[in-house]
Ligand binder design. Structure first.
Ligand code: CP
Length: 305
């Protein structure tokens, strides 16, 4: 593969190879000297049209740990503000001969479009409600390192599934690796077609959590709810917020995940987010390792190598 545009299109073997490479990258990142030379002399541009804390900073660290020159394009102060289009912006950057462009955009499909126009490798860092492949890979790595395997686990994804690229990429990946995937949320935030994707759907959180090994919480994406039904925070937390009482419906050794950014007291209680069953901070560490693995995997397809 020259690009990483989604989990869709990757085989179980591709995914497992990336997770194995990421396990090695964890070791590199835990050393005092964190540098490898895989991308020495290469140029990576991070082009984020939507806000990001975790994804952008971990892609920057991952590129630097592999020896690349990394440039963070500041979209807010770019000529996009003067009316330049996405494609003209991409072609302008392409003329500077980068080797890799990491893109986040609010429109589903924008990253695929961009990948067809430029000469370098393109990585999708989230496109609208479509895919966020490196998030699904880091979630899978975190699960595998804690549970030993993904095959046969019951994974409950809870909350605003409708607007979630994280949920979509996770559903595809977890199904490919043999997990049993459930979606839990209010019917207004569950997209059509989940059953066709092999997902069991629940609108009652306690029933959906019964027997779950992994409880993956999602943020209410109010910024994508233009005009549609927006639940009240208090009511939402009552029915779908993860607290100790609801978590007790899952297996006693269930682990809690959240891709971030999280809204404490909306989809998750603070004591659960910071509790013994939470993997949320470990997910962030795995994010750097997974992005190193993806960059290394694409490095063998860069020109002149
Ligand atoms: N999980 C995630 O994509 O976080 P950011 O929006 O902070 O990058």
């Amino acid at each position: 593969h020259r690009h990483l545009l989604g989990i869709e299109g990757l085989s179980a073997r591709d995914i497992t190879t990336l997770l194995d490479m990421a396990d090695e990258a964890v070791e590199v990142s835990r050393q005092v000297e964190k540098k490898k030379a895989t991308l020495r002399g290469r140029t990576q541009i991070n082009l984020f049209f939507e806000a990001s804390t975790r994804t952008q900073s971990s892609f920057e660290l991952a590129g630097k740990r592999l020896g690349a020159d990394v440039m963070n394009m500041s979209v807010a102060s770019s000529s996009m503000k003067k009316g330049e289009t996405l494609i003209d912006t991409a072609m302008t950057l392409n003329a500077m001969r980068p080797d890799l462009i990491v893109v986040r955009h609010h429109a589903a499909g924008a990253v695929h479009l961009l990948a067809r126009k430029v000469d370098c490798s393109v990585i999708n860092a989230g496109d609208g409600a479509h895919e966020h492949p490196t998030q699904a890979l880091l979630d899978a790595l975190t699960i595998r390192r804690n549970k030993g395997t993904i095959h046969g686990l019951v994974v409950a994804i809870c909350g605003d599934i409708l607007h979630s690229r994280v949920a979509r990429s996770n559903i595809i990946l977890l199904n490919a690796l043999g997990a049993e995937v459930r979606a839990i949320g209010p019917s207004t935030l569950l997209p059509a077609g989940l059953e066709r994707m092999g997902v069991e759907v629940f609108t009652d959180m306690r029933k959906g959590l019964d027997g779950a090994d992994i409880v993956m919480m999602l943020r209410l994406q109010r910024e994508r709810m233009n005009g549609s039904f927006v639940p009240s925070t208090k009511e939402y937390f009552h029915f779908f917020g993860l607290d100790a009482e609801k978590l007790a419906c899952a297996r006693p050794d269930a682990l809690v995940m959240h891709p971030g950014p999280m809204n404490r007291g909306v989809e998750i209680a603070s004591d659960i987010a910071d509790g013994a069953q939470s993997l949320i901070r470990e997910q962030v560490e795995m994010g750097v390792a997974v992005r190193m693995a993806v960059l290394e995997a694409l490095a063998s397809h860069l020109p002149n190598q």
